[in-house]
Design a protein around this ligand. Structure first.
Ligand code: ASP
Length: 429
């Protein structure tokens, strides 16, 4: 208590990095130690820590959410409908993101990839081999993407950062774990829940060092490129906000209007307290109790549907996050000058969809998923450092959309179960 909140710490770190980075540049040193070297050390350490948690975090989170879903067999029909609805809206969100990022091309500056301005220095040999790796992995060939989903050796896949295979394996593992006899099933579930909760704690712990990591990464960028990085970053920010706005003000209201036949304005009004809480906390898990209350009391969805759809939605349905992952990964690919073949874009869409299931509802969780996508399309994950600059504010927006979409799901499913009383009258104040 009394400690400055993390996002303020990050903001101060960014300002300090801007000032120090521009003063020291790349050459200044003190007692023979270069400032640039220190920035690089801090930034790299932070990125390494993020990388370290990818495999166990994504794996345990997917296994636990799928296994829990599979075990309530009496809820089979409701479950099937809900998962289908959530997968549809997440896919729509990703497609909206894909459209906007291609339209606005934030990673392109004056017709050229913005990599230099952003200090994304991969030497051309490295990029060429990355591109070759993508092509070698069949980046342009959808059939090969599906072949990669089934790795011959799961340990190898994890070690090589072949996340698509790992995600697929985790989905299958979680599904069949829910189909074994009760004794071992419970043991497995509590083991994987334990792994997941431990990984969440480690993630939070690593994120508590974000101010130092952000400081190092931003100072490094400013020291070597000056303020040139900010134009593409601003464009990226605008692209994400525009795409998220489209999804929340056009796509989701259309679903509410045509699938649930309710007035979207009434639903916005009903959910306002939860939306604001999600905005300020940037955590859909932390907002869950309020999301449930607003959906039940203000929007009038039954206990049965809210208590099934919303906790599930808070784990597997993240429209804002999925959209953000897609825009961020393509932004970075554009900045590196990667040729965005159909296969590469398809890989991004598919992994954004799959990882949005596995992303935990805590602040900055998407960064781990973006690292997964970048690895899958053969790009270095250093560029994540840049995303950290705008991450917190965009996290606030995307989390609000995550929980709003969950609540829309509850309304649509509630209506499909012939519930009356959903959004019939103006919500109580
Ligand atoms: N903060 C998001 C949430 O809790 C996850 C993310 O996109 O980082 O929903």
């Amino acid at each position: 208590m009394g400690k400055l909140q993390l996002h303020w710490q990050i903001l101060i770190a960014i300002v300090a990095a801007l000032v120090l980075g521009s003063i020291t540049g790349t050459d200044m040193a003190l007692f023979g130690i270069s400032f640039y070297g220190i920035y690089d050390f801090l930034g790299t350490l932070f990125l390494n820590a993020l990388r370290m948690i990818i495999v166990p975090l994504i794996m345990s989170s997917i296994i636990v959410s799928i296994a829990k879903l599979g075990s309530g067999s009496d809820l089979g029909r409701l479950g099937g409908k809900t998962v289908l609805y959530y997968a549809t809206t997440s896919t729509l969100a990703i497609l909206v993101g894909l459209f906007f990022v291609n339209l606005m091309s934030p990673g392109i500056l004056n017709g050229e990839p913005a990599g230099d301005a952003l200090n994304l220095t991969v030497d051309s040999g490295e990029l060429a081999s990355a591109v070759a790796a993508v092509e070698g992995r069949g980046g342009s060939d959808i059939v090969n993407i599906f072949l990669r989903m089934v790795p011959t050796n799961i340990v190898n896949a994890a070690a090589q950062g072949e996340m698509l295979g790992l995600i697929f394996f985790s989905l299958v593992f979680g599904f069949f774990m829910s189909r074994i006899p009760e004794g071992p099933r419970e043991t497995m579930l509590s083991f994987w829940t334990g792994v997941f909760e431990t990984m969440m704690k480690i993630t939070m712990w690593i994120m508590s060092f974000a101010p130092i990591g952000v400081f190092g990464l931003v100072a490094e960028t400013v020291a070597s490129t000056g303020f040139g990085a900010f134009e593409p970053l601003l464009k990226f920010f605008i692209t994400v906000v525009a795409a998220l706005s489209f999804h929340v003000f056009v796509t989701l209201p259309l679903m509410l209007k045509y699938l649930a036949k309710v007035n979207p304005f009434l639903h916005f009004q009903a959910m306002a307290p939860a939306i604001l809480t999600a905005f300020s906390s940037a955590s859909s898990s932390a907002t869950l109790p309020l999301t449930i209350r607003c959906t039940k009391e203000n929007a009038g969805v039954s206990d049965r549907v809210t208590s099934f759809c919303l906790p599930l939605g808070a784990t597997i349905n993240m429209d804002g996050t999925a959209l953000y992952e897609c825009v961020a990964a393509i932004f970075i690919a554009q900045a590196y000058g990667l040729d965005m073949t159909f296969g590469t874009q398809f890989t991004v869409v598919l992994i954004a969809l799959l990882t949005s299931i596995g992303v935990a509802g805590i602040p900055a969780a998407s960064l781990v998923a973006i690292a997964v996508i970048l690895t899958a399309i053969g790009l270095p994950i250093e560029a994540i450092g840049l995303l950290l600059v705008t991450d917190r504010v965009l996290d606030m927006f995307r989390t609000s959309i995550n929980i709003f979409s969950d609540s829309c799901g509850a309304v649509v499913i509630g209506k499909s179960e012939k519930e009356t009383g959903i959004l019939q009258a103006p919500a109580p104040a």
